[in-house]
Design a protein around this ligand. Structure first.
Ligand SMILES: NC(=O)C1=CN([C@@H]2O[C@H](COP(=O)(O)OP(=O)(O)OC[C@H]3O[C@@H](n4cnc5c(N)ncnc54)[C@H](O)[C@@H]3O)[C@@H](O)[C@H]2O)[C@@H](O)CC1
Ligand SMILES: Nc1ncnc2c1ncn2[C@@H]1O[C@H](COP(=O)(O)OP(=O)(O)O)[C@@H](O)[C@H]1O
Ligand SMILES: [Mg+2]
Length: 279
């Protein structure tokens, strides 16, 4: 039997450090987010919002040009690169600490081309968060994961079924762990009680509310995971802290509202992280 450990609020002070006085934006990581087709622009905007509001030092969003103006309306802090201009995107991807790919990426041939290029570009020392359409493309094209990066997959149960071949009804901790180990990846399987598979350990979240069941909630988590791993040393713990924070903020908001909007989670992050940073 696999031992499933609970993720509790202890993870917050373990991970969220007090910012050293002698620091600058470079201290908090360079992150690139790739996604947002013409129809799914909101997904990459929500993910980018989460990355900036969780404290990532420098954020660049590589997306369809139709998203430039709404991105900057929501988030002047993010830089924009047109995903059709790969020669501009390439050096930015190469120099990133963290790459998040997939929110609203879509699954057309140009999305697959972009995903494949990114998989070839990422190197050791980089962290790669693979979410949404990127997971669907990975599964339908049988793409091998990049070898050298730290790979973090954030599927919901159906995306995990596509990636692993394990049907939702059969997604037991034993089977999930074997599939995560085989991929040498940190896997966040999202559901009403999200589980994290990392380095032969299994963790289960203790928070979360049906008020979170709204489009964009996972895009927001992908941006948070990116923001946390960009800043905090241990990628596994950073992922656990992001998963916990995402639902803890939602639980708090849901005490007084029927539905929690993804951008409200991002907006609450700076105060939440301030409150729960290491003393
Ligand atoms: N505003 C936007 O631009 C939005 C864009 N989105 C993007 O749309 C693309 C497609 O993602 P979707 O997830 O919507 O579509 P998918 O088709 O990939 O997955 C949804 C399917 O999975 C099933 N499913 C089973 N268990 C589930 C679970 N625990 N959680 C969620 N679904 C489960 C659903 O019933 C549904 O049939 C992604 O790139 C995503 O990032 C979505 O995030 C929605 C919002
Ligand atoms: N009933 C629920 N209880 C707790 N968390 C939920 C519930 N429904 C959805 N969530 C959370 O919302 C997020 C949904 O992710 P995902 O399906 O990828 O959304 P999207 O792709 O629309 O952004 C996950 O983090 C999941 O854990
Ligand atoms: Mg999703």
């Amino acid at each position: 039997m696999v031992n499933v450990k609970k993720i509790t609020n202890q993870i917050l002070t373990d991970v969220i450090r007090k910012r050293p006085a002698n620091s600058f934006k470079g201290t908090y990581g360079k992150i690139v987010l790739i996604g947002g087709s013409q129809n799914f622009g909101g997904a990459i905007i929500m993910a980018s919002l989460a990355a900036v509001y969780s404290g990532a030092g420098l954020v660049t969003t590589i997306t369809d040009p139709s998203n430039q103006t709404p991105l900057h309306d929501w988030l002047p802090e993010a830089m924009f690169v047109d995903w059709n201009q790969f020669e501009q995107a390439e050096p930015i991807i190469k120099s990133a600490d963290v790459v998040v790919i997939g929110p609203g990426l879509g699954t057309d041939p140009s999305a697959l081309t972009l995903l494949t290029k990114v998989f070839h570009l990422v190197e050791s020392g980089q962290k790669l968060v693979i979410d949404g359409s990127a997971l669907t493309l990975l599964a339908s094209n049988n793409l091998p994961l990049p070898k050298d990066s730290v790979n973090i997959l954030t599927p919901h149960q159906m995306e995990w079924q596509r990636v692993s071949g394990i049907r939702i009804a059969d997604q037991t901790p034993e089977k999930n762990q074997a599939a995560a180990n085989q991929r040498h990846a940190i896997v966040v399987i999202k559901s009403h009680r999200t589980q994290v598979y990392a380095d032969n350990h299994v963790y289960e979240n203790t928070g979360g509310t049906p008020a979170q069941a709204t489009g964009g909630m996972g895009d927001t988590l992908a941006g948070m995971v990116g923001g946390f791993v960009a800043q905090f040393k241990d990628p596994q713990k950073a992922v656990l802290a992001a998963v916990y924070s995402h639902s803890a903020i939602a639980d708090k908001l849901a005490e007084k509202q029927y539905v929690v909007l993804p951008h409200q989670i991002s907006e609450a992050l700076p105060k939440f992280m301030y409150k729960h940073q290491a003393k």
